[in-house]
Design a protein around this ligand. Structure first.
Ligand SMILES: Nc1ncnc2c1ncn2[C@@H]1O[C@H](COP(=O)(O)OP(=O)(O)OP(=O)(O)O)[C@@H](O)[C@H]1O
Ligand SMILES: [Mg+2]
Length: 286
């Protein structure tokens, strides 16, 4: 094989070299731009018991009281990254992780995971109200399941406030003691968000929360998330690019386990730095 003379730059594809370096510099600059971060992900890697990591070298700060969207093709590690933020990935067998995550400066891997999940709540793709519980019990399920005793008046207050927060109160206030599973899909998903909010998290993680819903139910959840960011920090995995463009402040684009691009949503959608982001956003793959 012919060796390259590195002193002879004509032999080296300098454009590729420089453009890669520039992309890395720009990505780093964008990460530094995040104002008022509440969460800092540092060189995170997660594996599911295999040698290969599902995500690797992920570093990012998450801005307080903003919506951060995570996008990317199926299997690129979006859910893995999201789950690692409240250590839900540890519930799968043989997972391993490297690197760290700081919540307001504290290492989450040194915290009690149950306490951590109280601070960082999660909502999944399929609405999953507890089928044997009433709407009322579903909202306060976090307290019931953890044996946290509340006065009746406190419970009533939390249920009403949480259901109002998700704009479901008017629809269910006369059937609070009926089972949550009788609600429509969109109502069930709002109930699940209410259940997460009732536990007063600082951060709400949502994994494709509207992918099983129709456009009207989707619009309601999107409106809701924009209102909720006044009180909570939101991280949202979505396959729906127009949803990310509509409601998120910051966007991440992941590809093959790597965080390829991260920055202000408007900037990413109008002027992406990396070619792979551009190809994804223009529907050329994924
Ligand atoms: N519980 C698990 N056990 C083993 N491997 C897993 C597990 N969950 C995810 N993986 C693997 O980790 C990688 C990332 O998966 P992940 O579910 O995070 O992707 P994703 O971007 O959320 O995909 P999708 O858009 O389809 O939901 C994939 O290669 C997947 O096969
Ligand atoms: Mg996923």
């Amino acid at each position: 094989m012919e060796l390259l003379d590195i002193n002879n730059t004509n032999n080296i594809d300098t454009d590729v070299f420089h453009s890669n370096t520039n992309i890395k510099m720009k990505l780093r600059n964008q990460i530094e731009e995040i104002d008022n971060p509440v969460l800092e992900i540092k060189d995170l890697a997660v594996s599911y018991g295999e040698e290969k990591y599902a995500i690797e070298n992920v570093s990012a700060k998450i801005a307080k009281n903003k919506i951060t969207a995570i996008m990317g093709p199926s299997g690129c590690g979006k859910s893995t990254l999201l789950r690692s933020i409240n250590r839900m990935h540890e519930l799968y067998p043989n997972t391993g992780s490297k690197g760290g995550i700081l919540l307001s400066g504290d290492d989450i891997y040194k915290m009690n995971p149950i306490n951590l999940r109280r601070k960082i709540g999660m909502v999944f793709q399929r609405p999953n109200p507890f089928p044997t519980m009433s709407i009322y019990e579903n909202v306060i399920a976090g307290f019931l399941l953890n044996g946290i005793k509340l006065k009746s008046s406190e419970k009533d207050e939390i249920v009403e406030k949480s259901l109002k927060d998700v704009a479901l109160w008017d629809e269910v206030k006369d059937s609070l003691h009926k089972k949550g599973s009788f609600l429509s899909g969109g109502q069930q998903q709002r109930l699940c968000i209410a259940r997460a909010l009732a536990y007063t998290p600082e951060i709400l993680l949502l994994d494709e929360p509207t992918s099983a819903l129709d456009p009207i139910a989707t619009a309601k959840i999107e409106d809701l998330l924009v209102k909720l960011k006044d009180d909570f920090t939101i991280v949202l995995v979505t396959h729906n690019m127009s949803q990310a463009a509509r409601i998120s402040d910051y966007s991440m684009f992941m590809y093959l386990g790597e965080l390829v691009e991260y920055g202000k949503t408007k900037k990413m959608f109008t002027n992406p730095v990396d070619k792979r982001t551009e190809e994804y956003l223009t529907g050329q793959f994924g």
